[in-house]
Design a protein around this ligand. Structure first.
Ligand SMILES: [Fe+2]
Ligand SMILES: [Fe+2]
Length: 259
């Protein structure tokens, strides 16, 4: 089984990059399951049902989220109808949507979990370890995939080491910067952060001048997504269908030419 996971899709540039490149990536790598993080898809913060639908029409199977999951209020009313969307299991508000889903892919039960790290993150209801123990003690699957949405590399690696005998894939999101620490241990794979899908000339996908105005001059800004040439970051994970062990994790980074 081959899984494609694309990191935080930021605004229109990120959505366009996904639309332009998803199908060629799926064909090139013979992908069986496509998961994307959509927490920044709607103008940099949150996601709407319309964007969810457009991702599904492109061929995305499952959409994970993060601390911006509910930045667009409309999602709260509709999330229960969006069957392939997963929100962070351990982040307030807890009453909307679901923190994990199980799908049958190529004869295997695959569980996709979305968890928030506790380090430097707001609104986390319980530690990611308590939350994951709760999920694992009540549910079973052949392959478990976690989008760990967090700030701290050490917390992400600690999570992987603690769960690598039970969780096959721990992939990080939220920092929007792809790390070069992908690895396989005991048949499970890890990367601290897969990186984002958004404008190359930006600060984490946001307009550079706005972020400077806010950070240095304390101006109130909207963190408008940046424009211009785009990049798409993610990973392709190859899992043996018989043993359910990870054979390979490969980083993907596509960049448009900057003018
Ligand atoms: Fe993000
Ligand atoms: Fe985030």
């Amino acid at each position: 089984m081959k899984i494609l996971f694309v990191g935080d899709i930021v605004g229109e540039v990120g959505r366009n990059m996904l639309a332009k490149h998803l199908n060629e990536l799926q064909a090139k790598h013979q992908i069986d399951l496509t998961i994307v993080n959509g927490e920044n898809a709607a103008h940099g913060k949150g996601i709407t049902p319309k964007i969810y639908q457009s991702f599904k029409e492109l061929g995305v199977d499952i959409i994970t989220l993060g601390n911006h999951a509910f930045s667009k209020n409309i999602i709260k009313e509709h999330i229960d109808e969006l069957h392939d969307m997963v929100r962070p299991y351990n982040m307030e508000p807890l009453e909307y949507g679901k923190g994990f889903i199980i799908r049958e892919i190529k004869g295997s039960k695959v569980m996709v979990i979305n968890i928030c790290g506790a380090a430097f993150m707001d609104n986390v209801s319980v530690s990611p370890f308590v939350a994951t123990d709760e999920i694992l003690s009540n549910n079973a699957a052949d392959i478990i995939f976690v989008d760990f949405h967090g700030e701290a590399t050490a917390e992400k690696r600690c999570y992987f080491e603690y769960y690598k005998d039970r969780i096959r894939c721990v992939v990080g999101t939220h920092t929007h910067v792809q790390t070069a620490d992908e690895m396989i241990s005991q048949g499970s794979c890890f990367i601290s952060d897969v990186g984002m899908c958004g404008a190359i000339s930006s600060i984490l996908g946001r307009d550079i001048d706005e972020v400077i105005a806010r950070t240095i001059h304390q101006h109130k800004t909207y963190f408008t997504p940046a424009k211009g040439a785009g990049m798409l970051c993610g990973v392709v994970i190859d899992i043996d269908d018989d043993t359910k062990m990870v054979q390979k994790i490969e980083r993907i980074q596509l960049k448009e030419a900057e003018s």
